[in-house]
Design a protein around this ligand. Structure first.
Ligand SMILES: [Fe+2]
Ligand SMILES: [Fe+2]
Length: 450
């Protein structure tokens, strides 16, 4: 039987409400005349279904006292305040101070018996969305069933089981869901970490494997990059994240060693629908590895450092699409919400902070990442190239700028497209390592074209 507490000092009104609640709802009603008395009871009886409370009783802010106590105790008991709501407790309802008792009873009834209480509870509390790409590199799922969410009405959803724990499926099967417009599956909330760890382990196993083709490796690396960034956002850096990063970096290094790595990557990129974020990361890495050969101070250690810089430079961005913004103007014109705009503005600083949390990363990686949009503070985008930055930062900035322009080319890049890019970049990057990097990229690309 439902249990309701009424806190009201007007005894007549209290009795009427109590009687009608008992008659119409069939519940057990406890009466109290003050919130201090009620708080004592709530400490020993926290499982109430509803509290009806007058907003102010004599000198007490009764409604706020009750609501703030529930909030502090992390309880979700609904409170119906007679009068004015005076707390930001989420489960708070109110009715006018002079509302007739009938209206109070009717509203109380609706609060404790919402139209589809059972489904609503399941919907919001027990399922979490998991992007469909998590399923692309696994063939089975353990530990939980997988659902899709179907709209029942304006405000209600229902979950329909699509994959059972232990079922096997193929990448093609999952891609069909994606083609039909599905973006997310749903899994029980308490299975989320276990599920993401399972996917991570499977990815690590695949990345370790020596017998996958170059193009399969591009797809796998792109998927892993996406999952690494999301893992860092949702779960944080734990042993699985570290392992995934290690294997992703190793896999990227393997790709760099392929013959004709640029051509091979570009072909695979188009064929496999590799994400922009990964293409941008990988191409920066590949070009940096070639460009550095023109500098006297190159070494295997510097190359390793460049790989980490390329991999992590945008890692704090919560959405892969945000990596496409590379200037203040683009950010201003983006139409993004404030939260995303802030993430973009601070991403160099925050990515550098994330890198510092990994123990085995070469020193100095964070410093370059912090400066990768031209400001020493790691905040915002610099308008003009600054000579106060580290040489590797200058090298990275020119390379990234080239890669972004390169990725904007539609279809197969032609010599004219590249000429346009170089003319544009030559106006901007003339001095110091900026100029040297641009010359090195130009030599590298033009030699390839011959
Ligand atoms: Fe970037
Ligand atoms: Fe960036």
């Amino acid at each position: 039987m439902k249990q309701i507490l009424i806190i009201e000092n007007d005894e007549t009104l209290r009795k009427i409400i109590k009687l009608n609640m008992m008659k119409n709802i069939g519940c057990d009603v406890i009466e109290m005349a003050s919130s201090s008395e009620a708080l004592d009871l709530m400490k020993i009886l926290p499982e109430l279904d509803l509290i009806i409370c007058k907003d102010a009783i004599k000198t007490e802010n009764a409604g706020a006292n009750v609501a703030n106590y529930l909030k502090k105790e992390n309880l979700k008991t609904p409170v119906l305040v007679i009068g004015v709501k005076n707390s930001d407790y989420t489960h708070l309802y109110s009715i006018g101070a002079n509302a007739p008792w009938k209206s109070i009873v009717e509203l109380a009834f609706k609060i404790i018996n919402p139209p589809s209480a059972v489904e609503a509870k399941v919907d919001t509390r027990e399922f979490v969305p998991v992007s469909i790409h998590y399923f692309l590199n696994i063939n089975t799922i353990t530990g939980c069933d997988v659902y899709i969410r179907v709209k029942k009405s304006e405000s209600e959803f229902q979950y329909v089981k699509r994959l059972h724990a232990g079922d096997t499926f193929t990448r093609e099967g999952i891609l069909k869901y994606q083609e039909s417009g599905l973006r997310e599956f749903y899994i029980p909330r308490d299975s989320f970490s276990q599920f993401v760890n399972f996917v991570t382990e499977e990815l690590v196993k695949k990345l370790e494997s020596k017998d996958i083709s170059g193009s399969q490796r591009v797809t796998l690396s792109s998927d892993s990059y996406k999952i690494t960034t999301e893992r860092i956002q949702s779960i944080g850096i734990d042993e699985y994240t570290v392992e995934l990063v290690d294997e992703s970096i190793a896999s990227m290094t393997t790709l760099l060693k392929e013959q004709n790595s640029l051509v091979m990557f570009l072909k695979s990129m188009k064929a496999n629908d590799c994400s922009f974020a990964y293409a941008h990361t990988y191409l920066c890495c590949l070009i940096l590895h070639k460009v550095i050969n023109s500098f006297d101070w190159q070494s295997p250690q510097i190359k390793e450092k460049l790989t980490y810089i390329a991999y992590f430079h945008d890692i704090s961005l919560p959405k892969n699409s945000l990596t496409e913004i590379n200037s203040q103007q683009e950010l201003d014109d983006s139409g993004l919400c404030t939260e995303d705009k802030n993430a973009v503005t601070n991403h160099a600083l925050q990515s550098a902070a994330i890198v510092e949390k990994f123990s085995k990363i070469p020193t100095g990686v964070g410093a370059v990442i912090k400066e990768h949009h031209g400001n020493k503070s790691g905040v915002g985008f610099a308008e003009n190239p600054s000579l106060a930055l580290l040489p590797l930062s200058m090298m990275f900035i020119v390379t990234e700028n080239f890669v972004d322009e390169f990725l904007k080319i539609e279809g197969v890049p032609k010599s004219e497209d590249l000429k346009v890019i170089f003319t544009k970049l030559q106006l901007k990057y003339t001095k110091s390592t900026y100029g040297q990097t641009l010359t090195a990229i130009q030599n590298m690309i033009q030699n390839k074209k011959k």
